[in-house]
Write a protein that binds this ligand. Structure first.
Ligand SMILES: NC(=O)c1ccc[n+]([C@@H]2O[C@H](COP(=O)([O-])OP(=O)(O)OC[C@H]3O[C@@H](n4cnc5c(N)ncnc54)[C@H](OP(=O)(O)O)[C@@H]3O)[C@@H](O)[C@H]2O)c1
Length: 185
């Protein structure tokens, strides 16, 4: 859909993990500066897209339009538990059909995980905001993209045509930063 700008958001450990082995985001990956950055981005977005376990659970979450991926339905359906949410199974309907159902045809879409959902949009991101916590290691954790840790998240983003811009420090005490990976115009 040409009117949509696609942006991705994740924070990863030094070894490229977004969650623990138990598929839970551990406290070690939670930083005030990154949370403020992520919250502000979601407040600006017109639509949020995520898998069933990646709900951001913030005070403004009920205000946000979202598409949630699930195999529990065939294509696209309203979420009976949330009037602002659309359920989507990519095996049965296009992303455009899901956006249409959500009533969003232009603006910014924030993709917020998990790994398979991030991977589905690797060739479509305008910008992927990669936050990095370099002092945290989660050796048995859940990789942010399929293919990590054999390849780093940065190598995967580069292989999909994205290039890094200037990093911005989000938490100086722990050297946490965010780097925008942008597609050449
Ligand atoms: N560090 C970070 O920035 C960050 C970012 C995102 C997530 N996380 C954390 O990472 C963990 C991610 O959990 P997760 O691995 O379970 O991923 P998830 O994508 O949030 O949830 C997986 C579920 O989403 C649905 N889904 C995913 N891909 C699908 C597809 N192609 N087609 C249809 N349905 C699909 C399925 O739901 P059904 O079972 O209903 O079919 C699947 O069971 C969570 O703990 C989350 O908090 C961390």
């Amino acid at each position: 859909m040409p009117g949509l700008r696609i942006e991705g958001y994740v924070i990863v450990s030094a070894d490229g993990m977004l969650a623990s082995a138990a598929h839970v985001m551990p406290d070690e990956l939670k930083f005030k500066g990154d949370k403020q950055f992520f919250t502000a981005a979601l407040d600006r977005a017109d639509l949020i897209v995520h898998g069933r376990h990646s709900y951001e659970d913030q005070p403004n979450s009920p205000l946000r339009k979202r598409i949630m991926l699930t195999r529990k339905i065939d294509g696209v359906a309203p979420d009976p538990s949330n009037p602002k949410a659309t359920l989507w199974n990519p095996a049965g309907a296009s992303f455009e059909a899901a956006c249409d159902h959500a009533g969003v045809r232009s603006g910014t879409v924030a993709i917020i995980g998990g790994p398979d959902v991030f991977a589905m949009f690797l060739d479509r991101y305008d910008t992927f905001w990669l936050s990095l916590a370099p002092r945290v290691r989660l050796p048995d954790g859940e990789p942010c993209f399929p293919g990590v840790p054999a390849q780093s998240p940065q190598q995967i983003l580069a292989a999909h045509g994205l290039s890094p811009g200037d990093a911005q420090i989000l938490d100086s005490a722990d050297d946490v930063s965010v780097t925008p990976w942008r597609r050449a115009a």
